[in-house]
Design a protein around this ligand. Structure first.
Ligand SMILES: NC(=O)c1ccc[n+]([C@@H]2O[C@H](COP(=O)([O-])OP(=O)(O)OC[C@H]3O[C@@H](n4cnc5c(N)ncnc54)[C@H](OP(=O)(O)O)[C@@H]3O)[C@@H](O)[C@H]2O)c1
Length: 280
């Protein structure tokens, strides 16, 4: 506990992933390399990007320039919403791998199910081929609801390694997290501090005062104790370090329950059943 090391979680295909990573959504390309290098310097070994974020190239540059072995860093990217078609998926994947420039990805996700746009089971079959071809060490989904997963599991072969979904104290997603776990799918929590929305919460502030930690650290620790994989985003160097320092303290059962009770089923982002946005 005192060592403050980042634990790893073993995915359903035996690939290991650091439970804490660094998210780069909404980091401008010009700022991404420096932010990722700061995170790697602070001890992060897992980066979460996406073709949609427009900064894969800069993530790859940071990985290559970090001085660390490629194998020490876990890199996730995501299939864009305009690639829900096997041929488009092949092109998009080739572009991601080229932009990253670090060889195969560690984890590759279908970014959104896009239920009104394409058939995500066809998209998933294309993902299965990328996995078999060695373009990524694991495949998973993002923003899949129970109904989407039921269909995927019934109609395709490979069980997703992860489901990356919005989770934070105001949207605890208990049912979906339990469903994921029952199928051997790890839950990854996006917007883990609700893009800052939870930071002024009086109950969280009280727990932060009790533990001598910041609200962000308390919330990230809650995720870790729930078993979530988590990757807060920050371009502020002191916060990058702060968010990483969550493995040398523990929340009590009572503190965990108080955070659980803040759930309001309140999304910060779109509802995956209704979100069908395609980038230009
Ligand atoms: N799959 C998906 O559909 C999806 C959707 C959204 C996000 N994600 C992933 O999840 C990652 C994290 O989510 P997110 O970026 O939306 O939100 P987030 O990590 O919950 O919050 C980021 C915001 O919180 C601020 N912040 C970070 N640490 C802080 C601290 N210790 N104290 C105070 N403020 C702090 C950051 O500000 P500064 O940067 O100014 O420090 C930024 O404004 C993304 O980067 C992305 O990798 C995935």
């Amino acid at each position: 506990m005192a060592e403050n090391t980042i634990p790893e979680i073993t995915l359903n295909n035996d690939v290991r992933i650091p439970q804490l990573g660094f998210g780069v959504f909404q980091i401008a390309p010009a700022d991404t390399k420096e932010a990722v290098l700061t995170a790697l310097e602070a001890g992060y070994r897992h980066i979460d990007t996406a073709q949609m974020y427009g900064n894969e190239r800069e993530v790859g540059e940071a990985v290559r320039e970090s001085g660390l072995d490629r194998a020490e860093i876990f890199v996730t990217s995501k299939l864009n919403n305009n690639a829900h078609d096997p041929e488009a998926a092949r092109d998009a994947t080739a572009r991601s791998i080229d932009a990253l420039g670090i060889g195969p990805m560690d984890l590759y996700l279908v970014h959104w199910p896009m239920p009104a746009v394409g058939d995500f089971t066809d998209t998933w079959r294309a993902m299965e081929r990328f996995y078999e071809d060695g373009q990524t060490r694991a495949i998973g989904v993002s923003n899949f609801q129970i109904g989407h997963l039921e269909r995927l599991l019934a109609e395709t072969e490979v069980v997703p390694a992860v489901n990356q979904i919005e989770v934070h104290p105001y949207l605890s997603q208990t049912e979906l997290r339990e469903y994921n776990a029952s199928k051997g799918i790890e839950t990854e929590a996006w917007s883990p501090i609700a893009q800052g929305d939870v930071l002024d919460d009086p109950e969280l502030k009280a727990i932060a005062a009790q533990t001598g930690r910041t609200v962000a650290q308390v919330v990230l620790r809650w995720h870790v104790q729930l078993g979530n994989i988590v990757f807060p985003k920050s371009t502020t160097p002191s916060r990058i370090v702060e968010n990483r320092d969550i493995f040398d303290f523990e929340l009590t059962d009572e503190q965990m329950s108080r955070i659980d009770s803040l759930n309001a089923d309140r999304r910060r982002g779109p509802n995956p059943d209704e979100f069908n946005w395609i980038p230009e």
